[in-house]
Each structure stands twice: as C-alpha cells, then as structure tokens.
Design a protein around this ligand. Structure first.
Ligand code: IVH
Length: 707
C-alpha cells in the first residue's frame, strides 16, 4: 500500500513538473506518449485507491464532479480596477501628479493589458486551495474547480515559495482557441461568443469542469494578492519570483526610466499588439518601486500607482457588396458578407461571417450598406455596426433564403436553435462537407481526400454517401482529373494511398467512427464519451444506455458516469440510428464488414502485453484488420492509421511497400510481421479463430461472427 501511495505521489510530482515545462516554459522534455502514459497510470491508480488521491491531483484537469452554483469569496484587499486613459497627454498628467507628490527616482513598468477575466489564486501550504473571480471587486465567485482545469496554473508551489500566497492576474482564452471554439459552435448551430473575453467568462461560468477542461484557457499573473507578496522591492522582482515559482507571467514587459521611455514602450507594445496569443486592449503603466504604493494609496475604484492606456480599437469602413449563404455538413446555412476589400490590422479582408439570420436582422445589415469592420478576438473579421447615415434609398432588407441555395431543397429552423438548416439529405453541398468531415484528421484521417477531391467525387456522382468511398473503383480513379480549370492533373498514385487509408480506417476505434458519421451535437469529445459506454458501432442502435440518458437526466450513482453523455447528444445518436438513413447506414457498415469497437473500454490496460503501444497495420493480412484492431486494443495497444513518432510497431503484411518500412524505421518504429504480432498478443500460429487465451474473460466481448 505504501508503494502505491509513493508511486501516486511520484506521478503527481512528475506530471506537475512536466506540465510546467510544457505549458509555462514551453520546453517539454518528455514525449507526449510518455506523458500520456503517466497520466493514465495515475488515473487508474486513483480509481483503485481513491483514499490516496491528492485533492490537487493533475487529473482534476480533465474530470471532477460538476459543481452546483458558485460560493462567494470576499477579497481582502478588494480587487480594484485601473484608471484608464486614451491619450498620451493623460499619461504625462499622471507622471506630473506623481512628481508633484514629491516622488522622484522611481521607474515605470509597462505591461500588456490583457483582455480576460481577473482572477485571484490562493495557495495554502503551497497548494492551490481557491480561485475566485473579481466579481464586484469586494466579492467574487469561487471557481476553483474550473480554474484547476487550466494546465498552466500551478497546483502546488516549490519549497522556496511562501507557504501562504495569494497572486492575482488575468485568465484568458487564446485567440486560436476562440476561433476554433466558435467554428465548432457555428457548425453545431449554437450561438457563438463575441470575442475571446466573453468566451473565457462564459467558460469559467460553466458548472461542469469537464466542459471547462476542453476550453483553451490560460493565465497571466501580474499582481500581488493579500498574502505572501510583501518584501519585494520592485514589481519586476516580484514578477520574476512568480515566474520562478511556476506561474505564467506576461511574455513581454519593459522597465522604463521616466515618462518618455514608458511612452516609447507603450508604442512598441502597440505595434505588436496583434502578435500575442491573448487579446490585449491596452498597456498598463505601473510604478516599479513597491515601497511607494502605500503612500500613494488608492481611490475607491483604483490604485494610484498605475494607469491603463487603451489603444484605439482598430476598425475600417467598407461596403457590403453581397451576402452569400453557405451550406455546412449538418445543413446549417451560414450567411457570409462579401465585402469591398479593405485593410484592417495587418490583412486585407473581403469576407465576414454573419453567423445566422438573427444576427443579420439584429444588426439590420443589408446589401449595399456601409459598415464598420473589426476583428473579433483580433482575428475573425466581424461587422461592428451599420453606418446608417450612409444607407442609400434603394437598399432593401436582406431576405434570408427559405430554400437551400445549393440544392433548392426545403429548410427548417428547430425550436431553440439559431441555425436554419437544409433538410435535403442528398444536398450536394452537405454531402461534400460530410465527405470532408468523414476524412478529417479526428475522424477517419484520409489525407488523399481533401476538399477538392470531395467536390469532384460528389459532382461526378461517384459518391452519394460517405460509405460509397469503400466501394469506389480505385483503378479508374487513377485517371480522374483533379486539376484546376485549364490545367488537368491525374489523381494517379494517390488513388492507391486513398485505398490504403480507407482500408486502415476500417480498424479505427468506435469513437473515431462515431465522430466521422457527423451526427449533430456529436463532436470528437462527445463521441469519445459515448464510445466509452458502448462495445461497438452496431451496439449504438437503440442503445439502452443512451435511452436511459435521454429518459432520465438526473440519474445517480454508477449512472452518473454515463451522464458525461449529454442528453441532447444521446438523443441525436438514437435519432440517427432510428432514421431510415441511419438504419441503412448501419446495415451498409455491417455488409462492408465494418463494426468499429470501443478503443479500450474507457479503462487503461496497464497490464496488457501491448500496454500503451501505438500500432499500425499495413499490407495484406491473413485476418480482417478489424479483428487485429480488437485484439490489439484488448492487449492495451492503440491502433493508429499512420506511422508517427509515437508508433511502436508497424505490422507489415504481404505487399508492404519499402518506402513505408524505411519511413517507420527512421521514426524508430519496429517493423514486425503478423506472426510476431500474434506472439506479442500471446497467440500461437495465425488462425481464423476469434477469442484467445491472452485476452482472458474480455475475449467474450469479441464478436467474430461480425467479421
Ligand atoms: S494590475 C488593482 N496589470 O485590467 C488592479 N491589471 O481595467 C491592478 N488587467 O481589473 C491590476 N492586464 O483585471 C494589471 N498587466 C495588468 C493587467 C491588468 C489586465 C486588468 C485587471 C483590471 C483591469 C482594469
């Protein structure tokens, strides 16, 4: 038992150390696969020995019980705000005021003003015990559970940090992450966030930390809290110490001698304001010498030792020359403003998404209007308002199409949804998007099938459903012209690559397939949660687990785990399999001999002969790939569709190309044959029989008759 506890402590320490190297210092020293393995080992030990579980365990980053509402936290001292100004003269006035107070010989620090959510972090005994939002400055929300999911925030502090410490800073959503999140929400027909700050605040308000864990949040610590921060002569020293204790701090700051240098630093920062992974809306100019703070004091609103300088928001005027409507994979109609090209914050912009019909109506955007263009989250072009004075007399309100602009089919708008959808299952636009999704990296990862080929296959009528890919005539596909207008190019050798990738895809686990199908509300993570509760693809049709989730949203006990599955996602999957299309899709899968299996039963097999090892199957094998995939999964291995640096074994059947094996060797992957695989799996000679002794009782889960 002592050993178990010791091992768990070791793992916690190692994971925390590596989190810090990865997220804070950006210099990981171990392979992702090794990190994942440690993480998974800790998860399984914690499950078996909850009594030893560290309340600050890094595994809380990805799980944790949903919290019901937030407790209130009183801030001591209060979390004040900053006095803002918009002109350099105001900074000069601030400087003059300080000098009038008789202060001299001090320096300034200039830092980015991060546009996020202010947060206090409290450590007791060098462990994170509480995270609270600013709230009204006096009282904020206790969001500890959610903040614990942010990887870069240290959960424990090193020995040289004060035992009791409170630090303050800004939690933000990365700009890239914001773009991705909005794209996902758009695709699901859900309302999007206005900017990264709203997305960040919205994420922190989530009651389920699991949802928060999936949001790309991070933090910058920039201020002292009520305890443990005395004794630093300067702000710069304090920030250096914070960084030394593992806190993420601003990646840019300047210590400046006097006003002129500070203004120059503010201009320098202004010139690079779009280069950060967080959105900044200004600069903060602070006195560096902390001993001067108490003498200067504060107003009710803000301290008198700092000023925020806000940069003018960048916007550009342009004209809406047209509004086109695109059709997405799930049939969602997305209106896009076609703009007179205009330069804004470093790029020329000619299009901006309008998200949905409501948004157009609310902003009353019409073709021909002059509009203000901004970049939401510094990246996504967005219309920030119509310049109504410039509206011409003949400019008419935009009529959102009532029919699908691609196929002319009917549309509908479900209650509670902002999206209008094309309901024609055969709509070519939907089909093309579905093919692209089917082939995408988190789905079946068919690289040869990019947007261009998907379009051609649909246009030529060669593919009417994603499953048609499996019965394509790859021989004739070689001569397919995939070139641009006027410059023909044969698909050629790619046909063979595509056939191989599809063959490999048959062996991918259930979650990848479920995601690939493209059911509304079933993203990659939801698909994983659902797959963890099901043996196989065929088991999803009419699944009692899903029915339970739909029927009863408030189950207790064991079923609570199932509640990771959202009722709306469960219903969408049941609806899919219950629909005539879903039923025929499932029947076709069976006819093709494809029945993807759960990757690993949700459990990590640390004892299997292939525990944690990446395996790729290639060439002609004597048994169906699905069967091998299942066996490898049961042995703790992970089947991958292509060799990467994380692949341990390339299982090369007959006719494996030399290029493939030499590439594998380059990456340190062992190339083995089928007989060796069976040896590793604990089997004897190849046979067409199903369950085997190596896999023990779980072998009964095998359904060889399906292959
Ligand atoms: S120092 C007493 N430094 O801006 C408050 N604040 O508009 C001292 N902010 O509430 C705060 N970046 O949430 C400081 N580098 C930075 C900041 C920063 C963003 C936020 C902070 C404050 C708000 C005021």
């Amino acid at each position: 038992m002592d050993n178990v506890k010791k091992r768990m402590d070791e793992l916690v320490a190692a994971i925390n150390r590596n989190d810090r190297l990865y997220y804070v210092e950006a210099r990981p020293v171990i392979a992702d696969a090794d990190y994942d393995r440690m993480f998974e080992e800790l998860v399984s030990l914690e499950k078996d020995h909850p009594e030893f579980k560290d309340p600050n365990s890094p595994t809380l980053r990805v799980s944790g019980e949903p919290i019901s509402g937030f407790a209130q936290v009183r801030h001591s001292p209060p979390m004040k705000s900053l006095d803002k100004c918009y002109r350099k003269e105001d900074l000069a006035q601030f400087d003059a005021m300080l000098r009038k107070e008789g202060l001299g010989g001090f320096r300034y620090v200039v830092e980015p003003k991060i546009d996020g959510v202010s947060m206090s972090l409290l450590y007791e005994d060098r462990r994170l015990v509480r995270a609270a939002t600013r709230g009204n400055g006096e009282v904020g929300d206790d969001v500890t559970q959610n903040v614990r999911t942010i990887p870069s925030i240290p959960k424990t502090l090193p020995e040289d940090a004060p035992r009791e410490l409170e630090v303050r800073g800004e939690v933000y959503m990365t700009r890239d992450g914001f773009v991705k999140l909005n794209a996902e929400l758009d695709e699901e027909g859900k309302p999007t966030f206005m900017n990264p700050r709203n997305a960040c605040a919205g994420s922190l308000k989530q009651l389920d930390p699991k949802v928060v864990a999936r949001r790309p949040l991070d933090m910058v610590v920039y201020n002292a809290g009520g305890v443990g921060c005395d004794g630093f002569a300067s702000h710069a020293d304090m920030i250096k110490a914070f960084a030394g204790w593992g806190f993420p701090v601003a990646p840019w700051s300047r210590v400046c001698d006097g006003l002129d240098e500070a203004v120059a630093a503010i201009d320098e920062l202004g010139g690079m304001r779009h280069a950060f992974r967080f959105e900044i809306d200004g600069a903060v100019m602070k006195i560096n010498e902390r001993r001067l703070y108490s003498g200067l004091g504060a107003t009710a609103h803000s301290p008198r030792w700092a000023r925020a300088y806000k940069y003018a928001p960048e916007r550009a005027e342009t004209v809406v020359e047209g509004i086109t409507v695109q059709v997405g994979r799930t049939g969602v109609l997305t209106p896009v403003a076609e703009l007179r090209p205009v330069e804004l914050a470093g790029s020329v912009i000619s299009r901006a998404t309008l998200h949905n019909a409501d948004q157009i109506a609310e902003q009353d955007i019409r073709v021909g209007d002059h509009v203000w263009l901004v970049k939401a989250g510094d990246v996504i072009p967005a219309i920030d308002g119509v310049i109504k004075e410039k509206r011409g007399p003949s400019v008419a309100p935009f009529a959102f199409p009532s029919l699908c602009p691609v196929c002319g089919g009917g549309t509908c708008r479900l209650e509670g949804e902002v999206a209008t959808r094309c309901v024609n299952p055969a709509c070519p636009a939907k089909l093309q998007r579905r093919l692209e999704h089917f082939a995408s990296r988190n789905a079946l990862d068919i690289k040869a099938l990019g947007g261009r080929l998907s379009g051609i296959l649909v246009e030529k009528g060669l593919v009417k459903d994603p499953l048609d890919l499996f019965t394509l005539d790859f021989g004739s596909l070689r001569s397919l012209d995939v070139g641009e207008e006027g410059s023909p190019r044969k698909f050629g050798k790619n046909a063979e690559n595509m056939r191989e990738a599809l063959e490999a895809a048959k062996a991918l686990p259930l979650d990848r397939w479920l995601f690939a199908v493209g059911i509304p509300n079933v993203g990659a993570t939801v698909a994983k949660d659902i797959a963890a509760e099901h043996e196989s693809f065929s088991a999803l049709a009419g699944s009692p687990v899903l029915k339970n989730v739909v029927a009863n949203d408030a189950l207790k006990g064991r079923e609570r785990r199932i509640l990771k599955i959202k009722a709306e996602a469960a219903k969408a999957v049941l609806d899919f399999f219950g629909s005539p299309y879903g039923a025929s899709f499932a029947a076709r899968m069976a006819a093709l001999g494809i029945d993807p299996k759960r990757a690993d039963g949700g459990k990590v097999r640390t004892d299997g002969p292939l525990a944690g090892q990446g395996c790729v199957l290639t060439g002609t094998l004597s048994r169906p790939r699905g069967e091998y995939a299942r066996l490898i999964g049961l042995a703790g291995g992970v089947v991958q569709s292509a060799v990467t640096s994380r692949t341990r074994y390339l299982i090369a059947g007959a006719n494996t190309g030399a290029a493939k094996t030499s590439r594998a060797k380059e990456l340190g992957t062992e190339v083995i044959d089928e007989a060796r695989l069976l040896e590793l799996l604990g089997e004897g000679a190849p046979s067409a029989e199903g369950p085997d002794r190596a896999t023990g009782k779980e072998a009964s889960l095998l359904q060889p008759e399906l292959f």
